[in-house]
Design a binder for this molecule. Structure first.
Ligand SMILES: Nc1ncnc2c1ncn2[C@@H]1O[C@H](COP(=O)(O)OP(=O)(O)OP(=O)(O)O)[C@@H](O)[C@H]1O
Length: 456
């Protein structure tokens, strides 16, 4: 940890309550805390004193009230001292502004109302980054195990990569939105690997596969004897992820009862395992993802707005593959190299007509569909040049058929019946893997295995 005890901190906010609260909190932690209500006095203050960290309000109530006063003052500070470490204090819902401020050179941001431990943690990390920079080193966040590669040259993906870079070393909760197979889990891993929590666990939970009855035991854990099958104590996912990152995938699919329980945990920052009376404090960074239109669900009261506010401090939207011009070819070559190696074959090239076919396809299953298509093509291909016929596209691109029960007229092998049923349910659910898996009574992993088995 950086030597917080020697730090000089400035707090600029036009709310007297905020200044008072921060002074009380910080005065026992750092060497000096200066508070200032009037941002106009900032230039003079910076000339007279040297501060290690500046807490700056993003939402000054000024006559101008452009919503950008914080950014204005951030620029002024950085103009005077480009090494200044500024932590912005921002309100809920100011996601875009928060990200913009990171782009502009802010060190981090905290969201009002803050938790004191969180604020102190952010202060420690900012000082640590500052010291490493002064020593000429790189920050821990950018060097640790950064083995997750997100490929893409499209403008859309460049924007995503930029956001990851900026947001990863902060403690912000992140909500990742995007269709199935667009790389949401990959982004979550990249955020973790580039964060200060990189050495700690990354725990992924498929919320779409959790029933109401499993929810609490899986997430909060249980004590021996809490229910018939509880033969020993088992930590929940929140506890297993302690110190690290908890990734809640398919969060848009959880029931109202689960939403309420999750909200309580996130608000109180503690979980109580089943069969126990002792709450355990929660120390996780939360990343969530969904392919559901979560804001539409909220507008129809099917998803709690207060829960969205808890999880979406920053949002990253992954565009569908069909909108990422240029990335199809890049990814196809990448997967071709991987699967050629895996199958002990030389790395193939793509015939020009094949590339045309791949670029024309609309990829409803996104990068995952492309990955499987290339793998199949490599296995099936005769020569070392992949031809258009090596790529036959899945049932997901076929227009959805009316969802009638499937009854074969003539006897069919069981394997065929399984294949046909999966295709039908997939079509009915417009290619949505979670809903299809749920309807078929399978986990998403089990469904993916079958899609592979049946070449769908
Ligand atoms: N930009 C990318 N570069 C390299 N590989 C990628 C990229 N995007 C996705 N992939 C690969 O595609 C596959 C699907 O990605 P991932 O599982 O992260 O998608 P997802 O959006 O979480 O899917 P789902 O919604 O179905 O859970 C993975 O094997 C991942 O490694």
């Amino acid at each position: 940890m950086a030597s917080v005890k020697n730090a000089r901190v400035l707090v600029v906010d036009d709310e007297a309550d905020v200044l008072f609260a921060l002074k009380m909190l910080l005065k026992t932690e750092v060497k000096e805390v200066v508070t200032e209500k009037n941002p106009d006095l900032l230039p003079g203050l910076l000339e007279r004193h040297k501060f290690d960290v500046i807490f700056l309000d993003m939402n000054f109530k000024s006559a101008l009230n452009t919503g950008n006063e914080g950014l204005f003052w951030l620029r002024q500070i950085l103009e005077k001292d480009k090494e200044a470490s500024v932590i912005l204090i921002t309100a809920y819902g100011d996601v875009e502004l928060a990200v913009k401020s990171l782009k502009e050179g802010a060190a981090d941001f905290i969201v009002k109302p803050w938790r004191n431990e969180k604020l102190l943690e952010t202060l420690h990390q900012t000082l640590e980054k500052r010291q490493q920079k002064a020593k000429g080193g790189t920050t821990t966040a950018s060097v640790k195990n950064t083995h997750t590669t997100i490929l893409g040259e499209s403008e859309a993906i460049k924007e995503v990569l930029y956001k990851i870079e900026k947001i990863a070393p902060t403690e912000a909760n992140v909500l990742i939105l995007g269709e199935n197979g667009t790389g949401k889990e990959l982004v979550a891993q990249a955020l973790h690997e580039r964060s200060f929590r990189a050495g700690k666990p990354f725990v992924s939970v498929d919320m779409g596969a959790l029933t109401d009855s499993l929810f609490e035991s899986e997430l909060f854990g249980y004590k021996k004897g809490a229910f018939t099958d509880a033969r020993e104590d088992r930590p929940g996912r929140f506890e297993s992820a302690s110190g690290g990152t908890l990734f809640l995938d398919e969060i848009g699919n959880i029931s109202p009862a689960m939403q309420a329980k999750l909200l309580t945990v996130l608000q109180n920052r503690q979980v109580t395992p089943l069969g126990s009376n002792t709450p355990i404090p929660v120390d996780i960074r939360l990343i969530s993802a969904t392919n559901e239109p979560i804001y539409e669900l909220a507008a129809r009261n099917q998803f709690r707005k207060d829960l969205i506010y808890r999880i979406n401090t920053v949002e990253i939207t992954l565009p569908p593959l069909r909108q990422r011009h240029g990335d199809v070819e890049l990814l196809a070559r990448h997967f071709a190299a991987i699967y050629a190696r895996k199958n002990h074959k030389p790395v193939p090239t793509f015939a020009p007509e094949t590339l045309q076919k791949l670029n024309r396809h609309n990829w409803p299953g996104n990068v995952r569909e492309l990955q499987h298509a290339v793998e199949r093509a490599i296995i099936l291909a005769e020569g070392n040049v992949l031809q258009p016929q090596d790529f036959s596209f899945s049932a997901m691109e076929v227009a959805p058929a009316p969802a009638a029960a499937f009854v074969p007229d003539t006897p069919m092998p069981l394997r065929e019946i399984e294949r046909e049923t999966i295709i039908r349910v997939l079509e009915k659910n417009k290619g949505n893997i979670s809903r299809t898996a749920k309807e078929l009574g399978l986990t998403r992993t089990a469904l993916y295995r079958r899609l592979n088995k049946h070449d769908i």
